[in-house]
Design a protein around this ligand. Structure first.
Ligand SMILES: [Cu+2]
Length: 195
């Protein structure tokens, strides 16, 4: 084996070791993932996955087990307030989740002229103009998680943030946008964790 070959083999071996170490050190449910996607990539994401039942007439979604939920912030739709979340085709639906469930939220800001985030809290409405002041998270902070503030879409790039929350205790929680004035104007919804 010449020196070049030995170097190449050593490099590949090192890459494998580093990749394996990253995998074990950072489980996916603890890693913050963010960036931007195109409208086409968003369309490919727009799914209702396993363990998810949508009740359109009840404006609710029931989740019986581990699932991935797509949350679009600030939908640009006629007759829909910009102070909204769109989940599985519904506006600010109640999310009913079985206790103990791990949910991955893919939060995508589809609004082209406002920033939004997605924060889970036990603080109930009504919310004030600055309701988010004490809740503002820079990442997966707080008991149930919060996305970073996502800038408006620009040049077809939609900012997203992935977060994972485990709902271990039965009770009522809320999701909201903590940008000043948004929750006050209705940008929130209920999460019911049921035994
Ligand atoms: Cu907002």
């Amino acid at each position: 084996m010449n020196a070049y070959k030995a170097f190449a083999v050593a490099s590949v071996a090192l890459l494998i070791v580093v990749a394996a170490a990253s995998f074990f050190v950072y489980p996916t449910n603890a890693r913050e993932e963010y960036g931007y996607i195109s409208q086409g990539q968003l369309s490919a994401l727009a799914f209702t996955g396993a363990n998810v039942s949508v009740n359109g007439t009840g404006n609710s979604i029931y989740i019986s087990g581990p699932a991935t939920i797509l949350v679009e912030t600030g939908p640009m739709k006629a007759n829909v307030s910009m102070y909204s979340f769109e989940i599985s085709g519904m506006i600010n639906p109640e999310i009913i989740v079985k206790q103990g469930t791990i949910l991955k939220f893919i939060v995508v800001n589809v609004d082209s002229d406002a920033s939004h985030n997605f924060v889970i809290t036990s603080a109930s409405p009504p919310y004030t103009y600055m309701s988010g002041a004490g809740m503002m998270g820079g990442g997966n902070t707080g008991m149930y998680g919060s996305s970073m503030m996502l800038s408006p879409a620009s040049n077809g790039n939609l900012n997203y943030y992935n977060m994972t929350s485990t709902f271990n205790s039965a009770g009522t929680l809320w999701y909201l946008c903590t940008y000043a004035g948004h929750a006050q104007n209705g940008m929130y919804g209920k999460i019911s964790v049921i035994p």
